[in-house]
Structure formats: structure tokens, C-alpha cells
Design a protein around this ligand. Structure first.
Ligand SMILES: [Mn+2]
Length: 170
């Protein structure tokens, strides 16, 4: 099954719709905060979302735990967990939730790493990217999960960048 993870659009509502149009029928769509949209915006009928530090609407949840076909995902924006400095607090929160995958945003820097058997993914910002992949003009993540592995791919607005794929054994 396929999971889409997007973060930090900072007002770009259209790209959220375009991603669903381009990648329809995924098992789940996660949005990791800083949309700067209202929590009752129609896009959040599709995307499960958490609150970011720049969201005026603070009625989004701070954290979210979701089971996608028996696969547990923990998501938070990251500013409550000091993610600019360390992933330790984020990892501990995900472990407490029993998560196999943690999704966060906030740094605008794409990342896919395994820590203590938990895969941690930052999709990067599709609108204001920072870090080594910023030259792509924004990224989001396409995460394929099967019985053996978790495959994390990154896409820019022009498509999947296969050279960035990371595969983690389950
Ligand atoms: Mn942001």
C-alpha cells in the first residue's frame, strides 16, 4: 500500500489537490503542518493533518496516530519536539505510540532515516525547501509499504526522483 506525505505548503492549497490528482487511490495522505489553511478546508477530507507553528488555525491536532492497513504511523509537525536539534524526542514519542513510521515537517529539509527500527520521514517542504534537496524546488514523499520493506521515494513538482529512493527492511 502507498502513503503520501506532504508538509509545509505555507498557503499553496493547489499543490495538495494536484498531488491527490496525480497519485489517486493511495491508502492514506498525511499532511505534517504549516498549511496556513483552515482545519475545515476541503483538502483535509483527504489529508490527515497536524498543526504547525505557522498555522493560524490551532484546532488541528498536535500529534496524530493512524493505523493504515495495520501499519502504524505517528505524525507531528516537529516544533513541540525540538527537531531542529535532535530527533530523539520525536523518536521517543513515536515509540510510545507504537509507530513503525514517523512523519514530521517543520525543518523543510527532506530526510528518511531508520532509528531503532522506526523509519522517520520528513517529506521536505513542497513550497519552501531547505537543505541539500532544495535545488529541486520542493519535495514530498511517496512511501510504499509491503510485508518486507518500507520504500521511501521523493518527488518534486515534476515527478519522482528515483535517485533519492531509500529502502528499509521491516
Ligand atoms: Mn514551515
Amino acid at each position: 500500500m502507498r502513503i503520501i506525505a506532504v508538509s509545509d505548503t505555507h498557503g499553496d492549497e493547489l499543490v495538495l489537490k494536484e498531488i491527490v490528482t496525480e497519485y489517486p487511490d493511495c491508502a492514506a495522505y498525511f499532511y505534517a503542518g504549516d498549511s496556513e489553511l483552515a482545519a475545515n478546508d476541503a483538502v483535509f477530507k483527504t489529508y490527515q493533518a497536524v498543526v504547525g507553528n505557522m498555522d493560524f488555525d490551532q484546532s488541528f491536532p498536535k500529534t496524530l496516530t493512524a493505523d493504515v492497513a495495520g501499519f502504524r504511523v505517528f505524525m507531528t509537525h516537529g516544533h513541540f519536539y525540538n527537531v531542529r536539534v535532535t530527533l530523539d524526542k520525536l523518536l521517543a514519542a513515536g515509540q510510545s505510540a507504537g509507530a513503525q513510521l514517523i512523519i514530521y515537517g517543520h525543518t523543510h529539509v527532506a530526510l528518511a532515516e531508520e532509528h531503532a527500527g522506526v523509519v522517520i520521514v520528513n517529506p521536505g517542504s513542497i513550497s519552501q525547501p531547505r537543505g541539500p534537496l532544495a535545488k529541486l524546488g520542493g519535495t514530498f514523499a511517496i512511501i510504499d509499504v509491503d510485508a518486507e520493506q518500507i520504500k521511501v521515494q521523493y518527488a518534486s513538482r515534476t515527478g519522482i526522483r528515483p535517485e533519492l529512493t531509500r529502502v528499509f527492511d521491516r
